[in-house]
Design a protein around this ligand. Structure first.
Ligand code: C2O
Ligand code: CU
Ligand code: CU
Length: 492
């Protein structure tokens, strides 16, 4: 068990490694010299509803002029942005051009387990996965990423991720900017570490196994410290925290406010005025930023103190943000670019308050390290296992069954650390966070929630999953997921 002595020893060891987790590699550079790369837009309709992707290794320039090994989907890093329309069927062919097994999971999509792309949908090297699906859920910024059993963290770290814009062509009517790459920008934010020669560094040590992999530089769409020219008006930013483990708190260096318009799986009921926003790994927000004053402004990674409320101070410190604001990228308004929208809409078509009265049953999930007999030091020496409700992930064990067409209330608790909790095959609502009602920007459709202590979720099941292709529910700290903080369930 976790003894006081092992806790103290563990804390000391953590303290020495602690410096390595802070952002700060970026500090020396505040020259925003690279133009923000915009992932190619692949519009399903324009492609005759057939999309081909190849997972492959190639050379990518995180900094201009120094290509290094990375992975991408039909790209040197990350993958194209896929624009799908609600209700339209698209065929996909995904070829594995890597030397290792992979899968492609549609994170945030409500799809049958058979095409969900979790660990049971593995694609062997040289083979292709053919599938087709249509999405019938509200417009949202969802994403896709590799999800192979036990190797998700490293493959995503190397670049196997991309965005999906699910649309109903209604954004003009909503008064929202929607010109991709002009006033509607995708921003995939990820922290990465680099070796001296510029290549991607990934720490496989016990520290990363326990805390997750933390890099010292926050990159955007695969570029270090980029800048973007944007119109002198309202601009929509689609933010994804694609980091393996780092929770980000984002804001602007001049303190300007912005409006959140959508969370993970759809629009909010109305825009929410904020000065900063927290994104745990896997979370998305769409925000509107007003650049009509014409000033250049930097997006920053800000101080925060996210961590388990019950956790040790040292663990809290390790999950916290940078010790001072770190610039991530710069926006440069350009008066020659067309301004489509000037006004923040007053209302959006997000969901009204959740109704928990018809829920079929309650479930509990406790996210915890599996200390067993080894204590903290044992964990740090390696072999760290993570679990949910005292069990580590087993691909051959279905943990529970939910009834198709029902809604459940889940109580999720974190132990030792804050964990971003994700459920496949559904969009859920947050009923409460640590006993209180969620703030407005967390009150919409979600598929990841940062659990610092206890959250209550209302989870509907509208997509089926059988025991051959069950859904996953897991911590979105990818090293925790790979270490077993994942369960699987059927919906029948
Ligand atoms: Cu984004 Cu199971 O993951
Ligand atoms: Cu998912
Ligand atoms: Cu976790």
């Amino acid at each position: 068990m976790l003894t006081r002595r092992s806790v103290l020893l563990g804390s000391a060891a953590i303290a020495t490694a602690y410096g390595a987790l802070r952002i700060g590699g970026a500090r020396a550079r505040t020259a925003f010299a690279t133009k923000l790369p915009i992932p190619t837009l692949v519009d399903a309709r324009a492609q005759g509803h057939a999309i081909d992707l190849v997972a492959r290794a190639s050379a990518h320039e995180f900094r201009p002029g120094s290509p290094v090994q990375a992975y991408g989907f039909s790209a040197s890093y990350l993958g194209p942005t896929l624009r799908l329309r609600r209700g339209e069927e698209t065929r996909f062919s995904i070829r594995n051009g890597l030397q290792e097994l992979t899968t492609v999971h549609w994170h945030g999509a409500i799809l049958p387990g058979a095409v969900d792309g979790g660990p049971h949908n593995s694609i062997r090297p040289g083979e292709a996965w053919s599938l087709s699906f249509k999405l019938d859920q509200p417009p949202a910024t969802i994403w896709y990423h590799a999800h192979p059993h036990g190797a998700t963290a490293l493959q995503v770290y190397r670049g196997l991720a991309g965005l999906i814009l699910l649309t109903d062509d209604g954004d003009a009517d909503r008064g929202l900017p929607h010109e991709y790459g002009v006033d509607d920008l995708p921003l995939v934010l990820q922290d990465r570490a680099f070796h001296r020669d510029g290549s991607l560094a990934y720490d496989l040590g016990p520290m990363a196994a326990m805390m997750g992999m933390f890099g010292d530089t926050v990159i955007v769409n695969g570029a270090v410290a980029p800048f973007a020219r944007i119109p002198k008006g309202l601009v929509r930013l689609r933010l994804l925290n694609g980091s393996n483990a780092r929770t980000l708190r984002l804001g602007f260096d001049d303190g300007r406010a912005f409006h959140a318009i959508a969370s993970d799986a759809g629009y909010l009921a109305a825009p929410v005025n904020l000065k900063d926003i927290v994104l745990a790994p896997g979370e998305r927000y769409e925000i509107l930023v007003d650049f009509s004053d014409g000033d250049s402004v930097a997006l920053q990674s800000l101080l925060h103190s996210v961590g388990a409320r019950s956790g040790m101070p040292m663990m809290r410190m390790m999950q916290a943000g940078p010790d001072r604001a770190e610039p991530v990228m710069r926006f440069e308004p350009d008066a020659t670019l067309p301004v489509a929208e000037q006004k923040i809409p007053t209302k959006l078509d997000g969901p009204s308050a959740p109704d928990a009265s018809k829920s079929a049953r309650r479930r509990e999930a406790v996210l915890e390290p599996m200390l067993g007999g080894m204590g903290m030091m044992g964990m740090m020496r390696g072999g760290a296992r993570m679990g949910i409700n005292g069990r580590s992930f087993d691909m051959n064990r279905v943990d529970f069954d939910a009834k198709l067409g029902t809604t459940e209330i889940w109580t999720v608790r974190s132990q030792m650390m804050a964990h971003p909790f994700h459920i496949h095959g559904t969009s859920f609502r947050i009923l409460s966070i640590d006993g209180g009602s969620p703030p407005a920007h967390l009150a919409g459709l979600k598929d990841v929630v940062l659990v610092e202590d206890t959250v209550e979720l209302l989870v509907p099941f509208s997509a089926p999953a059988d025991k051959n292709h069950p859904f996953m529910t897991h911590c979105h700290i990818l090293e925790h997921e790979d270490a077993g903080m994942m369960a699987q369930f059927t919906v029948t």
